[in-house]
Design a protein around this ligand. Structure first.
Ligand code: APR
Length: 232
């Protein structure tokens, strides 16, 4: 299970990093909310277009690549992410489960019709109108106070119940219900491994805490698993 920390070494600020530049005076949790969008759709739109630009500049780091390698080495492997970027997919991970949606997908705020963003709309100061109902288009991400895609939550929880080990990478473990997955796994008898430069709520319950940057630790972990698999 990954959080924003796995993308930090790709240059994507984590959610709780201080907002930079002109966005430093805004609270991310206010912008990433239905209330924020209702209050000022243009401001929220411009913030997401700024973040989308950051994601488009970013490339997967060795941590993303190592997770794709681990999937190839393990009999069964499910990658669940809280991230709205596509760096896991770019690194070769398949069937990534996005608990909080994707910043590369857009939908109507009213009728939920998917919306394909044109270049012109991408650079606009305010959200485009839905082609079907005319209401505003929004990013297809989960905002604070909104429910997660239940199929994704169901699949992630089912995996947590049956997995032998859960590798938690780069999350502060502050946001429910994603933060519950390692606890569900632990209660079901799985080994919990936390990869993070900082101790926190996950390392406090983990069986193994690998303290450090995921871009450095995960490649070593993948090599160790490969050696085990080949008897090296
Ligand atoms: N390698 C691994 N972990 C890192 C690295 C790194 N190089 N750099 C930072 N971290 C860790 C931080 O120590 C922190 O624990 O990544 C974590 C990032 O925490 P958050 O910014 O809270 O991101 P995340 O846990 O993904 O937030 C969960 O909350 O804000 C909402 O929807 C948003 O998906 C997000 C969710």
């Amino acid at each position: 299970m990954t959080g924003a920390g796995v993308s930090a070494e790709s240059g994507v600020p984590t959610f709780r990093d201080a907002q930079t530049g002109l966005w430093s005076r805004f609270n991310a949790e206010e912008l990433a909310s239905p209330q924020g969008f209702e209050r000022d759709p243009g401001l929220v739109w411009r913030w997401y277009m700024w973040r989308l630009g950051q994601l488009e500049e970013a490339a997967p780091n060795p941590g993303h690549g190592a997770l794709a390698e681990l999937a190839r080495l393990c009999e069964s492997f499910l990658l669940v992410t809280q991230n709205v970027d596509s760096l896991h997919e770019q690194a070769g991970s398949a069937d990534v489960l996005h608990l909080h949606g994707s910043l590369f997908e857009f939908r109507c705020a009213a009728c939920a019709a998917p919306h394909h963003l044109t270049e012109g709309e991408r650079g606009a100061d305010s959200p485009p109108a839905c082609g079907l109902c005319g209401d505003l288009v929004r990013p297809d991400v989960v905002w604070f106070g909104e429910s997660l895609p239940w199929d994704a939550v169901g699949d992630a929880a089912a995996a947590a119940h049956r997995c032998e080990a859960v590798l938690v990478v780069g999350t502060s473990g502050l946001v429910y219900p994603a933060s519950q997955l390692p606890l569900i796994a632990r209660q079901a008898g799985a080994t919990v491994i936390d990869v993070n430069p900082e101790p926190g709520p996950i390392s406090a319950v983990a069986d193994i805490f690998l303290q450090g940057k995921s871009g450095e630790i995960l490649p070593d972990l993948a090599r160790a698993v490969a050696d085990l698999r080949t008897g090296g």
